[in-house]
Design a protein around this ligand. Sequence first.
Ligand code: ADP
Ligand code: 5GP
Length: 191
Amino acid sequence: MQQGKLIVFSAPSGSGKSTLVGWLMAEHPELKLTFSVSCTTREPRGNEKNGVEYIFLSTEEFKERIASDEFIEYEEVYAGRFYGTLKTQVERQLSAGQNVIFDVDVKGGCNIKKFYGNRALSIFIQPPSVNELRRRLEQRGTDSAEAIQSRIAKAEYEMTFADRFDTVIVNDELTLAQEKVYKTVVNFLNR
Ligand code: ADP
Ligand code: 5GP
C-alpha cells in the first residue's frame, strides 16, 4: 500500500485551526485524513480517552521516552505540561496508507517539517488581526479573561513563526479559508 503523507497545522489559539481541520476531515473523507495521536503529561479533560485524543503519560514516563529518543519532537507547551509526537505512532498511521494531520504548537510544527522534509506540508493558520483573535476567543467562551490575555500575549510571539511554514492561510472569511485549505492540501497530496 502507498505510504501516507503528513500535514501539519499550527496557529495561535483562537485562529480557527480546529474549525478548519474539523471541516476538512468531515467534508473530505476521500482524502483519507487521520489525526496524529500525541503524548501529553496533562490530565485527560472531559471524555478524553487514553490512546484516542492523546496518550496520557506521567512526567516520569514522558522523560524516559525522551531519554530513549522515541519522539520526533516534543515541547513543554505550558509550564510543566509536555506534549510530543512518537515516531512509532506516526509510522504506524503512515504505513496504513493514511495521511496524518498534526495539530501542534508552532515549534513542533517546524520540527516535524524538518524531520520529514518534502513528505510533510506545514500550514500556518493566521488570524486577520490580534483584535479579531481576541474577539473570537471571547465569543468562543471557553477561557477566563486571564487565560484569554495569556493566549493573546503568546499569539504575538507565535505569529513571528509564520514565515517558517510552507504556507500561511489567513482565516478571515471562513468559507474562503476553507477553500484555500482544501486546495492547498489536495495539491500537496497529488504532488
Ligand atoms: P483554534 O482551534 O485555533 O483555537 P477555533 O477553531 O476554536 O480556534 O476558533 C475560535 C473561535 O472562532 C470559535 O468560536 C470559532 O467558531 C470562531 N471562528 C473560526 N473561524 C472563524 C472565522 N473565519 N470567522 C469568525 N469566527 C471564526
Ligand atoms: P491541549 O492541551 O489544549 O489539547 O493542547 C495544547 C497545545 O499543545 C496546543 O497548542 C496543541 O497544538 C499542542 N500540542 C498538542 N500535541 C502536541 C505535540 O505532539 N507536540 C507539540 N509540540 N505540541 C502539541
